[in-house]
Design a binder for this molecule. Structure first.
Ligand SMILES: Cc1cc2nc3c(=O)[nH]c(=O)nc-3n(C[C@H](O)[C@H](O)[C@H](O)COP(=O)(O)OP(=O)(O)OC[C@H]3O[C@@H](n4cnc5c(N)ncnc54)[C@H](O)[C@@H]3O)c2cc1C
Length: 186
């Protein structure tokens, strides 16, 4: 059962259903079928690979490859969805003065505890192992949804990550107050 049918819940549902070794059924529970209140409908839909955490770069590389092939992958009875992907790219500009301000902002945000590290929380709850986290995506969850969907499907079916190892994003780091700081947050 997947709680929440936004882009992350939907991606987990898709990759689980598509996993060749999965023979169960998938139920997505969504309490706002209009999707007006979730983050997904508000997303700017931008994708990038400029991150400071290696896993985030590989997650995005898989995400863009998935989006490019999305029409074929998600084709149903000859109908191919078109998400009108445009690879515009991001341009980061900084001056010496600007860098100082950004650094100061970052320190304030860290001191206030928000966000913890701007990275996802993925995988089992330490005390309830069949409850899997897939949340905390900061402003980059949309582009991470294909890789996260695949990762959760692997955890459910194989009990481990079989393609991209995302174990560093587990809940343990939150409990241990050990952030993996993603510095390139937009
Ligand atoms: C303004 C804005 C701009 C953004 N721009 C980008 C961008 O350019 N690129 C990018 O990659 N990311 C972007 N993001 C981030 C991205 O939108 C989110 O990280 C992503 O949509 C998170 O997906 P989600 O499925 O986890 O959350 P959501 O879309 O919020 O989905 C969670 C769902 O769970 C449902 N739900 C909650 N509680 C329950 C419950 N108890 N039972 C059942 N259902 C429940 C909610 O109704 C909701 O539909 C942006 C976000 C915002 C707000």
């Amino acid at each position: 059962m997947i709680a929440g049918g936004g882009v992350i819940g939907s991606a987990v549902a898709y990759f689980l259903a598509a996993h060749p070794d999965f023979d169960g059924s998938v139920c997505v529970v969504e309490h706002d079928p209009s999707y007006q209140t979730g983050a997904t409908a508000r997303s700017a839909g931008s994708i990038r690979q400029q991150f400071s955490t290696p896993e985030n770069i590989r997650i995005s590389q898989f995400g863009v490859a998935f989006l490019k092939a999305l029409g074929e992958i998600l084709e149903v009875e000859g109908e191919q969805p078109d998400v009108q992907l445009q690879e515009g790219g991001y341009l980061f500009l900084a001056s010496d003065a600007g860098a100082e301000i950004l650094q100061a902002n970052y320190e304030v945000q860290r001191a206030e505890g928000a966000p913890f590290d701007a990275n996802a929380i993925l995988g089992p709850h330490p005390e309830v192992p069949n409850f899997l986290f897939a949340n905390g995506f900061s402003g980059h969850g949309l582009q991470q949804s294909p890789a996260v969907g695949r990762a959760l499907a692997e955890l459910i079916v194989a009990g481990r990550y079989t393609s991209l190892d995302l174990s560093r994003f587990g809940y343990d780091r939150i409990a241990a107050q050990r952030p993996i700081v993603e510095k390139n947050v937009v």
